[in-house]
Design a protein around this ligand. Sequence first.
Ligand code: CA
Length: 432
Amino acid sequence: MRLQFHRRTGIRLLACASLFSLTACADTPAIAQAEPVRPAAAQPSAANVMVEPVVMQRSFADWRADFRAEALALGIEPQLFDRAFAGVSPDPDVIKADRSQPEFSRPVWAYLDGALSSQRVATGQRKLAEQRTSIDAIEQRYGVDRHILAAIWGLESNFGQNMGDRQVIRSLATLAHEGRRPAFAHDQLLGALDILQHRDIEPEQMLGSWAGAMGQTQFIPTTYNEYAVDFDQDGRRDIWNSSADALASAAHYLQQSGWQPGQPWGQEVKLPPSFDYALADSSVRKTVQQWADLGVTDIKGTPLPANIREHSAALLLPAGHRGPAFLVLSNFRSIMRYNNSTSYALAIGLLSERFQGGGKVVAGWPTEDRPLSRSERTELQTLLTEQGFEPGGIDGIIGANTRTAIRRLQQQLGWPADGYPTPELLEQLRRG
Ligand code: CA
C-alpha cells in the first residue's frame, strides 16, 4: 500500500547555505541550498523583549510514542516501525549542524573551483566511459543529457563516494523532534518509513547526510518516493548501491522538472557597453533573439547560436556586473529544481561541459568584491530599511526583495543596477 502523505516539495532539504553562502556541509561538501526564510529579527526593545519565552520541549520518548501512533495510523507496520527505531536516540551532531549559521560565505568563484576540480572532471570522464551502456539507455529513456547527469552525480556524492554515513531515521527523527523545521522533517521521516516498508533498502543500510539526503543522488525521502526508479530491474529502487538506479532517478527527476531534450543549459555571454544591468534578474525572461537585439553576443563577440534564438532565457550575473555574464535557458531552471541555487546550477552546467573539454569561464571574477558576511548582510538590510529602500525582512538572506532594494539604491546613486551586494555598497549606506 502506498501511503498518501507525500507532498511535492520541489526542492530538497540539503545542507547549509543560501545563494551566496556556499559553505561546505558535513556530508555533501559541494552543495549549496536555499535557506529557509525566517521571520525578520525585530530590534529588541524594552516593550517587546523582557523575558525569553520558555518553550516546553516534549521528551524524545513522548514524541516518539505520538509519532509511532501517527505512522501506524497511516499504514506503517508496527514491526517495521519498531525495527527502524530500534536504539534510535537524538543525534547531537545533527542538531549542531541544523543550528549552525555560518558567518562567512565562500565566493561563487571559490565554490566553482571546488566543484570543477580537475580530479572531479577526470573521475567523471572515467565514469561516463565505464557506465556507457546504462547511461545510453537512461539518456534514451528520459532525454536528459548524459553529461548533466554525470555532473549531478559528481556534485551530489562525488560519484557515489560521499553519500553520508548517518542513519537517516535517526537524523530525521532528531530534526522532527527538535529541528528548526520540524514539520518538514516529520514529513521526510514518514517518507523514509514508506521507503523501508517497500523493502527498497534495509533500515541499517538507509544512510545519508545529517539532513536526510540519501544515496548517490542525495534525494530526500519525499523526492525519492516521487522520482526514484528501479532502472536495473532487480526489484529495488537502490540509489545507494546501483549507479544505474541513481542516474535514472536523477534523469527522471529532471525530466519531470521540465527538462527540454537537446537544449543547452545556457552559455557565457558578452554584454555591450552601457548595458542596463537591471535586466539581469531571473524574473526578466526574453528570447535569445531579443537578448541578441539588445547587443548580447557570445563570449567571443560573435552572434549567439541561431538554433536557440526562439528559446526563452534569463541573464545571470553571479558576481555582479564586474564578473562573468551567462544567458541561462529553461534547463537551468530544471537543474535548480534539483537544488535551488544558481551557483549549483551553474556548476552543473559548466561541469557537464568540462567532461567534454569545454566549460571554461572566460571573463574574470571580481575577486576584490568579497561576499558580505552574515552580519554585514543583516546590517545592509537594516540600513536599506532605514533609508527607505524596502528590502523586505531583515534576515541576512539576499533574496528577490533585497536585490530590488539594492537596485533602487544603485539607480539613485547612478551606479550599475545589478542588484549585487558589495562591501562598497554597504560602505555607501553607512555614510547615509
Ligand atoms: Ca534496482
